[in-house]
Write a new protein. Structure first.
Length: 217
């Protein structure tokens, strides 16, 4: 029996500075510096959303060599789209078994950032499962969760909505992962593309972070 829960939200951006500015504008709080991902040629900034949840801003690291594989979260797109909520990541306790049972997640790869280590699911071209409405999977190495190491931002994730033509299939996938509550799924309004919307309580009130439309087109 699998068990999974939300681990973090992902904001992609054409540069890390642009992504940080976007979050500051949308939430009124700036993410703190994160670190570099050597295998992916990316770097990030982080915003605590709870003891075991956070918001990640991620962008191509201009000082890093290009990786031998497609970067995660479709960061190889050119031109790079503006900052937006692009994906979310679910924490699981059996990533290898889950990826083997559900091929949509792709392969499992080890990653590091500084002293942190984890395994994450990646697809061949960096595509996002169900256009980003279904999560990537992550399993952290033993130790404190990264969110517990972040400064208190005064922000809390209170809801996540996903709109996709195959909302029922996404819901079935999540049930197979042992997912609990925390994601509301529905088909999009006719004529509108798949999208994610995160609702975050901030020191100045409730704010939303939307995606910009087709996440994997």
């Amino acid at each position: 029996m699998f068990h999974s829960q939300l681990d973090h939200l992902v904001i992609t951006a054409p540069s890390l500075a642009a992504g940080v500015d976007y979050v500051r504008e949308m939430l009124g709080v700036a993410p703190q510096p994160g670190g570099r991902h050597p295998r992916m040629g990316t770097h990030n900034a982080l915003l605590k959303l709870g003891e075991a949840a956070y918001l990640e801003v991620i962008a191509v690291d201009p000082g890093a060599p290009a990786p031998a594989v497609a970067r995660w979260f479709r960061l190889d797109r050119a031109p790079a789209p503006p900052p937006a909520l692009a994906a979310w990541v679910a924490r699981t306790d059996a990533i290898e078994a889950a990826a083997a049972l559900f091929p949509v997640f792709g392969r499992v790869e080890p990653m590091t950032r500084g002293a942190l280590g984890w395994r994450i699911t990646l697809t061949e071209r960096g595509e996002l499962p169900f256009d980003g409405i279904a999560p990537l999977l992550i399993q952290w190495d033993p130790g404190p969760h990264p969110a517990s190491l972040l400064a208190d931002s005064g922000c809390t994730l209170v809801g996540l909505e996903g709109f996709h033509p195959q909302a029922a299939a996404v819901a079935e996938l999540l049930r197979g992962l042992g997912w609990g509550d925390g994601l509301t799924l529905a088909p999009p309004v006719p004529g509108h593309p798949p999208r994610l919307v995160a609702h975050i309580r901030t020191p100045t009130g409730l704010r939303t972070l939307p995606s910009t439309g087709v996440l994997d087109g």
